[in-house]
Design a protein around this ligand. Structure first.
Ligand SMILES: NC(=O)c1ccc[n+]([C@@H]2O[C@H](COP(=O)([O-])OP(=O)(O)OC[C@H]3O[C@@H](n4cnc5c(N)ncnc54)[C@H](OP(=O)(O)O)[C@@H]3O)[C@@H](O)[C@H]2O)c1
Length: 237
């Protein structure tokens, strides 16, 4: 359990993509900070999240959405009704199965990664931004690999491009909402040992998630759009 200001109102978090990996660890880290969490999954196979909900004494509820399905995003918005969240955190993301260059990757695989990592998060934000408190935070899991400026080594070209596209779309969203006081964050969580990050990654999901949640909550009320690493350091675009 983390020290926190028990006089401050509890955060209410809508966390999208929490079945496993970083999303599951983020759910636990938000709960540890005293938040009320609605965490989404897209299938029925999420035993660890279910266990967390059972232990959470009502602080965690599980919802369903596949972010690639506009009808499911719409249905989620209807189910949420008049709910208001202080944080919308979009974590869902995918990578390609092999580290192929853009010359070799299958076109359908290119589309799959681009849609889930760039188009769907922004479409979800567009549809659900009404459930975020007017002074709340919209955070999206980007990646250090999304930085164009820092790409000296290449590798995982399409994944990188999808996170750069996500960042660019978020900048356009921010430009369109420049008078909106909400805080917008693109987050680079570090290299994390998950199905996506692989077994050689440096950080456990828990190590990364604690820092990511600390960064998201510390930016409360900041306004504008920032691209931050898990320690709240600025990442070059
Ligand atoms: N691991 C790293 O080193 C690393 C580094 C930088 C950034 N990130 C980013 O962090 C986020 C989480 O990554 P991770 O490492 O935890 O990956 P992961 O273990 O593969 O988990 C991915 C999560 O996204 C969900 N998801 C995928 N497609 C979805 C869709 N269409 N609709 C709803 N949910 C969907 C998955 O749900 P299912 O269980 O249903 O598939 C799962 O909960 C991603 O955005 C990733 O790009 C990860």
């Amino acid at each position: 359990m983390t020290d926190r200001d028990t006089t401050a109102p509890a955060d209410t978090v809508l966390l999208v993509g929490a079945s496993r990996g970083l999303g599951l660890a983020l759910a636990a880290a938000y709960l540890d900070r005293g938040a009320q969490v609605v965490a989404t999954v897209r299938g029925d196979d999420h035993p660890e999240l279910r266990r967390l909900a059972e232990q959470g004494d009502g602080a965690l509820t599980i919802e369903h959405v596949d972010i690639d399905r506009p009808d499911e995003v719409e249905a989620l918005r209807d189910r949420l009704g008049g709910a208001r969240f202080t944080v919308l955190h979009v974590n869902a993301g995918v990578t390609h199965r092999e580290d192929l260059t853009v010359a070799d990757i299958d076109t359908d695989e290119f589309i799959r990664v681009m849609v889930t990592n760039a188009l769907s998060p922004l479409r979800l934000i567009e549809r659900l931004d009404g459930v975020v408190d007017p002074h709340g935070t919209i955070a999206v899991m980007s990646s250090g690999q999304g930085s164009i400026a820092n790409n000296e080594r290449g590798g995982f070209e399409v994944y990188r491009a999808s996170k750069s596209a996500l960042n660019q779309l978020m900048r356009s969203y921010a430009a369109r909402h420049r008078d909106d006081p909400r805080t917008l964050l693109l987050l680079a969580p570090g290299w994390v040992r998950t199905a996506l990050g692989g077994p050689g990654a440096r950080l456990t999901p828990q190590e990364s998630a604690v820092d990511v949640v600390e960064t998201v909550l510390a930016q409360r009320g900041h306004g504008g759009l920032q691209f931050l690493d898990r320690h709240a350091g600025t990442v070059a675009w």
